[in-house]
Ligand binder design. Structure first.
Ligand code: KIV
Length: 282
C-alpha cells in the first residue's frame, strides 16, 4: 500500500519526524522506496541536477510527466509528488486544474507541489476541492529567482518574516496537506511549524521543521562543482563515478578489459570450419 497524504499528516500529529527526497528516475525511486522514504518529489530541480539548466525555469510539464512516470514505475510504496513547472499553473485556475490533472492521470503522481503562498491560495483550494492533493512551497521559491534577485535566504526582515507566516497560514487554510519551507531562518521555520497543523518540510530551514526534504543528488554528492550550505553529502558519488570511468578508460587502453571472463565463446570446431570457409572464398 502506498503512503497517503493522510499518513503524512498523521506523522506530524504523532510527532514522527521524517525524511523526504527528490527522485527523477525509476532506479533511484526503487532504492528510496526500499529504504522506506515516505515521500518522493519529482522536483523541477531536475532542470538543474539532471538536465544541465542554470535554474528551474526551463523545465516543462512534459519533462515532469516523463520523469514522474519513471519514478512511478520504480516506486510502489512512497507518496509521489509531481512538481508543477514554471507557468504551468500561474496563468489561471483552469490551467492549474488541467496540468495538475495531467500529473496525476498521465504521470502517476498522487499529489502535486506548487510554489507560492497567499497568491496561490485560490488555486490550491480548487485543486484540493476536485481531489488533487497539494504540497505547498514558500520561502525561496526558485521559479521566482529573477524576482528574488537570486537564490537568497528569505524572511530575514520583520516584514518579510510576517509575510512568510501569513503565506504559511494561507497555504494551510487552502487545504494543502503539507508545506515546503525553503531557505528561511530556522527561528521563523520554528514559529511556522509550531503554528501549523500540517507538516512543514524544511530545506535550508533549520532543525525545527516536522520533516526534512533534500535533493537526492546533494545527499549523494553527485554534483562535484557546488555544495549548497543547507546540504550535507552522505556520499561522494561524483568522485566514485569519475574514478570508475577513469579506471575503465585505462583498462580498455591497456587491454585489461574485457578479458575472457567478460567474453562469450563458441566451440573451436565452429571457428575452424568458419576459417576454412572464409579462406576458400577469399
Ligand atoms: O524542485 C525541488 O527539488 C524542490 C525541493 C528543493 C523542495 O522544490
Amino acid at each position: 500500500m502506498r503512503v497517503t497524504t493522510s499518513d503524512i499528516r498523521k506523522m506530524k500529529a504523532e510527532g514522527k519526524r521524517f525524511a523526504a527526497l527528490t527522485a527523477y528516475d525509476a532506479v533511484t525511486a526503487k532504492i528510496l522506496d526500499d529504504v522506506g522514504i515516505p515521500l518522493l518529489l519529482v522536483g523541477d530541480s531536475l532542470g538543474m541536477v539532471v538536465l544541465g539548466y542554470e535554474n528551474t525555469i526551463p523545465v516543462t510539464l512534459d519533462d515532469i510527466l516523463y520523469h514522474t512516470r519513471a519514478v512511478a514505475r520504480g516506486s510502489h510504496r512512497a507518496l509521489i509528488v509531481a512538481d508543477m513547472p514554471f507557468m504551468t499553473y500561474q496563468r489561471s485556475i483552469d490551467q492549474a486544474l488541467e496540468n495538475a490533472g495531467r500529473c496525476i492521470q498521465e504521470g502517476g503522481a498522487q499529489a502535486v507541489k506548487l510554489e507560492g503562498g497567499r497568491v496561490m491560495a485560490e488555486t490550491i483550494t480548487r485543486l484540493v476541492a476536485v481531489g488533487i492533493p497539494v504540497l505547498g512551497h514558500i520561502g525561496l521559491t526558485p521559479q521566482s529567482v529573477h524576482q528574488l534577485g537570486g537564490f537568497k535566504v528569505q524572511g530575514k526582515t520583520l516584514e518579510a518574516a510576517r509575510r512568510l507566516v501569513d503565506d504559511a497560514h494561507a497555504v494551510e487554510s487552502s487545504g494543502a496537506f503539507a508545506i515546503v519551507l525553503e531557505c528561511i531562518p530556522a527561528e521563523i521555520a520554528r514559529l511556522i511549524t509550531e503554528r501549523l497543523a500540517i507538516p512543514t518540510l524544511g530545506i535550508g530551514a533549520g532543525p525545527f521543521c516536522d520533516a526534512e526534504i533534500q535533493v537526492s543528488s546533494d545527499v549523494l554528492g553527485w554534483l562535484s562543482d557546488f555544495t549548497p550550505k543547507h546540504t550535507r553529502p552522505y556520499a561522494k558519488l561524483a568522485e566514485t563515478a569519475a574514478s570508475a570511468f577513469r579506471q575503465f578508460q585505462d583498462d580498455v587502453a591497456t587491454r585489461s578489459f574485457p578479458t575472457e571472463k567478460e567474453s562469450f565463446s563458441v566451440s573451436g570446431d565452429i571457428v575452424a570450419k568458419l576459417q576454412k570457409e572464409l579462406a576458400s572464398t577469399s
